[in-house]
Design a protein around this ligand. Sequence first.
Ligand SMILES: CC(C)(COP(=O)(O)OP(=O)(O)OC[C@H]1O[C@@H](n2cnc3c(N)ncnc32)[C@H](O)[C@@H]1OP(=O)(O)O)[C@@H](O)C(=O)NCCC(=O)NCCS
Length: 207
Amino acid sequence: MTLRVVTVDDLDAIMSLERRSFPSDAWSEQTMGTEISSAHNVYLVDEEGGRIVGYGGVRALPGGADADIQTIALDAALRGRGRGRMLLRALIARARDRGARELFLEVRADNPVAQSLYLSEGFVELARRPRYYQPDDVDAVVMRLDLRGWAAHETQENARNAGADAGSAPAIRAISDDSVAAHGSDAEQDGSDAEQDVPDAEQEAGT
Ligand SMILES: CC(C)(COP(=O)(O)OP(=O)(O)OC[C@H]1O[C@@H](n2cnc3c(N)ncnc32)[C@H](O)[C@@H]1OP(=O)(O)O)[C@@H](O)C(=O)NCCC(=O)NCCS
């Protein structure tokens, strides 16, 4: 997998994945365009053979104490192989690098796969928002990750994996945060240089 920072040229491909991944509550093209263009957000895309097969975004205002995972999705044909986790970790690392100490997200109560992923990365459930997702009338589970704890865990993981096959790790190519800029309903309301489990996104590091 190859992760890089989004550009506006990626919008069509992202929208195609968005509509397939969230059939009942996909964001509009306008919302997504605003999301990926915002300097407050970092959106990454996962490429395979030059094709965008995944994307995700985090909102992390520089200097802000908290950040939000805005959305994450992977082509259905490529799910269940660890790519979603790598993408999520890249987003978490971006939030951490922007100085955030806590990371929040909302996930549909009827999405056990995503919840399991978040729980396994250390997110904990904070609250439920009844009927948050419309038109499906599905509750939102609000989750929080302590980024300082996550960073410590990541450091241990990296140490454990040192010397492992680098070829299995995804490359990260950051283009520019300037060129770009969840899946929460929040984005509808308005709306780094990935490293994730990788040492440094800017360096085509592997995750
Ligand atoms: C959520 C999503 C990004 C996860 O990506 P993925 O590549 O499928 O997930 P991974 O292979 O990295 O698996 C990570 C973890 O997710 C969970 N998971 C993955 N597939 C699962 C399945 N079929 N059943 C239950 N849990 C599953 C597991 O906890 C897994 O960890 P493990 O492999 O150690 O057991 C992807 O499934 C997706 O795009 N779903 C549709 C869009 C979506 O729901 N986005 C989340 C919005 S909040």
